[in-house]
Design a protein around this ligand. Structure first.
Ligand SMILES: Nc1nc2c(ncn2[C@@H]2O[C@H](COP(=O)(O)OP(=O)(O)OP(=O)(O)O)[C@@H](O)[C@H]2O)c(=O)[nH]1
Ligand SMILES: [Mg+2]
Length: 224
């Protein structure tokens, strides 16, 4: 499941790599109102392309793709960014614990085994801070809570999706609500690839993550 907003430069090599993995899976691209050729390029491959008429946000795109994946009766769903930041070679590593039913939610972490990925200091400190907040709220010990490279079981997503409200900054909402739903969450190591562009990292980004953490902390799973 590939959310894509103006990723014409990087979407083609990503799809080609995923096809070469021969995962016996469906590739879904959600073109989030791109103004470039993202949708046209993706359509050249035998993949499902869903286009939002206008840009709705990263997590709105993810939700659209998740609903489509669930309707196809899949067991496991993986989300991978299309800006070149997530190395698709690790897709099998992320899917494995879900397929083996050892986990409901697998996060590709750039910080495991003491690695310190190349990123601006404010981003590094921010992620560390949110890891601590998540731990206080959910008792979950994560090293990379904002990573967008994640695999989910269909069982968890069926329960989680109707609870998700954020259109853009949903990464922590999904973690906190999954934890409260009792999901088995684990991390696997992935290397960090430096982004060629970063649309986030501003004060607005951190403000929104904080807002989402506070809001999500009031979520109560109906099953307890
Ligand atoms: N920023 C952004 N990304 C979107 C949107 N819709 C879909 N996406 C896709 O969501 C994925 C992640 O977006 P990024 O902007 O790279 O977000 P990020 O990786 O969390 O942040 P960076 O570390 O700054 O790259 C990419 O594949 C985007 O193409 C949108 O409205 N805004
Ligand atoms: Mg990115």
């Amino acid at each position: 499941m590939i959310p894509a907003h103006n990723e014409a430069r990087t979407i083609t090599p990503l799809i080609e790599y995923l096809e070469h993995l021969e995962l016996k899976s469906t590739i879904i691209v959600v073109d989030d109102g791109s103004k470039d050729d993202t949708a046209t390029l993706a359509s050249l491959y035998g993949v499902t392309v869903i286009s939002h008429e206008r840009n709705l946000g990263q997590w709105a795109a993810l939700r659209t793709g998740f609903y489509r994946a669930l309707s196809s009766g899949t067991e496991a769903i993986i989300a991978i960014d299309s800006d070149g930041q997530n190395d698709p070679a690790y897709v099998p590593d992320l899917l494995r614990p879900v397929k083996e039913k050892r986990a409901d939610f697998v996060i590709g972490s750039r910080f495991m085994n003491g690695t310190r990925p190349e990123m601006p200091i404010h981003r590094y400190v921010g992620i560390r801070t949110f890891n601590v907040l998540i731990r206080l709220l959910t008792h979950l010990k994560l090293s990379d809570c904002t990573s967008g490279y994640r695999a989910y079981s269909a069982r968890l997503l069926t329960e989680l999706l109707p609870t998700l409200k954020e259109n853009q900054y949903g990464a922590l909402e999904a973690v906190i609500k999954s934890a409260k739903l009792g999901a088995r969450i684990l991390e696997v190591p992935v290397p960090s690839i430096k982004a060629s562009k970063s649309s986030k990292g501003s004060l607005r980004y951190w403000y929104n993550l904080t807002r989402v953490v506070v809001k999500s902390s009031f979520f109560h799973a109906s099953n307890g």
